[in-house]
Ligand binder design. Sequence first.
Ligand code: BV8
Ligand code: ZN
Length: 243
Amino acid sequence: MSDLSPLRLDDGVRVLALTGAGVSAESGIPTFRDGNGLWESHRVEDVASPEGFARDPSLVWRFYSLRREAAASCAPNPGHRALAELEARLGERFLLATQNVDGLHRAAGNERLVEMHGNLFTTRCSGCDRPPFRDESLHFDAIPRCERCGAMLRPHIVWFGETLDPADLARIEDFIHESRGHRLVFLAAGTSGVVYPAAGLVEVCKRAGAETVLVNLEAPANVRAFDRVIEGRSGAVLPALFG
Ligand code: BV8
Ligand code: ZN
């Protein structure tokens, strides 16, 4: 078992946390690249890319409706709650960047949150600039259409080959920049370190002088970038880490 000594959270330390699907696994949300991962039953290109949506929007809406339906009955686990308590403790010295789209961090109480890849329960129009809106509806049959312009509605998700929202990236970069002259801890949890630009954040933080900590079930692709690697379940490790 890895060394579980708590993070030193005194002396004005700032924490940038990055989470991936592994943090939601203990809430019953399937991950992407584990044994029975989401990508086992679907080709990424078919269900999580603009080309896939253009080719077969019904398949994409079925894929996201299934995930919307499943996530709606899932609850935050102790790992989510530990991150919400850490935000309550550190306030403006904390920021959570998540790759997860399941909404569980907000449900656990995190507000200083950047949903880098969008949100399962938000829909937007593919044809006009009406603002993205909260949407829990399921679309297994017909493709929803925009009342304003008639174009297809789409999940407000960042697909492969799509750029992340520049405002989201700027918020993360600003937090790192504002940490100069302070002790910064970059904490990644439950992510395979495969998808960029999220997987590149550890290097950005290292260059900014951060201490880098990883909590993961197994060694991810970018494990060498971390100063400290704690192998274990985030639902057990995170509460102990913020002791
Ligand atoms: C972009 C959609 C500009 C939402 C997702 C370099 C720079 C920039 C881009 C690229 C680049 N190289 C390649 C690219 C292109 C691409 C990319 O990164 N491809 C990869 C596959 C090589 N990136 C993009 O397209 C991004 N766009 O950068 O735009 C651009 C455009 C074109 C060309 C160049 C630049 C967009 C990326 C966002 C894509 N959308 N999802 C959805 O449907 O969910 S990414 C998808 O993977 C999910 O969002 C997911 O969150 C994310 C990452 O996966 P993980 O969260 O890490 O989950 P995974 O299952 O992989 O791993 C889980 C881990 O948890 C495992 O390690 C496991 O061991 C661990 N675990 C399991 N249980 C537990 C646990 N750990 C702890 N406790 C447990 N209980
Ligand atoms: Zn429209």
